[in-house]
Design a protein around this ligand. Sequence first.
Ligand code: HEM
Length: 296
Amino acid sequence: MVEETMTLIGASTVWHYIPTLVQWLDIGGFGRRLWQLRESRTKFVQGLIEDERKKKEDGTTTGRTMIGALLALQHKDTEDCPDQLIRALCISALEAGSSTSADTVEWAMSLMLNNPKVMVKVRDEIDSYIGKPIRLIEASDLLKLQYLRCIIMETLRLHPPTPLLVPHESSIDCTVSGFYIPKGTMLLVNTSAIHRDPKIWDKPTNFIPERFEGEKCEGNMAMPFGMGRRRCPAENLGMQMVGLALGTMIQCFEWERVGEELGDMTNGFGLTAPRAVPLEAFYKPRQSMVALLSEI
Ligand code: HEM
């Protein structure tokens, strides 16, 4: 469902520019696909709400969940927090949070497989921070794993999951660099181009996580989470999810490319910019982690 949403959001931008007759005839079937997607998303999320509602009634809720907290609000005032609102919030989080984070992990692994020295350096950082006895990395370790953070930022610079952010709209008439922009114009911010601008970045197409070390000003120009009031509200959560997934994969396994040649780094289609071809790699548990992994 997330993949279909991303494909259709990309397509719906084109949809705005095609003649009404083509829209009416639904050539290409976008209208039908959007309708089916709406139905399946509603059914799926309503199912999650019903599960949580039942758990609440049976007194079997485990821990605090987003849907649980919203149902508690609904209990106080049904009109203020109807199921429709809960569904919309869940869909926003699922759509905005899953492929962005998963694609970033996949791009980071792809970049490291093509640059094995980076993988060795970050593994050394993880091993020396965790020390002995060995344990899996945890969310609280991430603040100390600075090189891992640099790798994620450099990955987001080269492959921002939303290369044009999301469409914004000018709220007043304004002039930018001599161009008059009337109120109500759709604005797309090309972060992908900003992130590879040779006037800002040294060797812009190279994967160099070190450029994000310390307070280097180059690093301040990256904006994979957007800027201002509509900036991603879950930046910390996103960095944490990607950091934990990537850090654990590096800590636990040896990774290798499937062939001698460098991996294909072509972008696919859609609102997000996933890999055109899903990543394939060889992996095996690290000798030092076998005992710990077999306990899990
Ligand atoms: C690597 C991970 C992520 C990246 C790179 C990312 C990036 C972005 C970007 C670029 C925007 C649009 C900002 C703008 O319009 O200027 C956005 C919005 C948003 N993100 Fe994220 N995001 C990530 C993870 C997440 C996660 C994990 C969640 C929630 C679970 C999330 C929830 C949202 C929501 C709800 C919005 C819309 C905010 C609004 O419209 O005001 N994101 N994100």
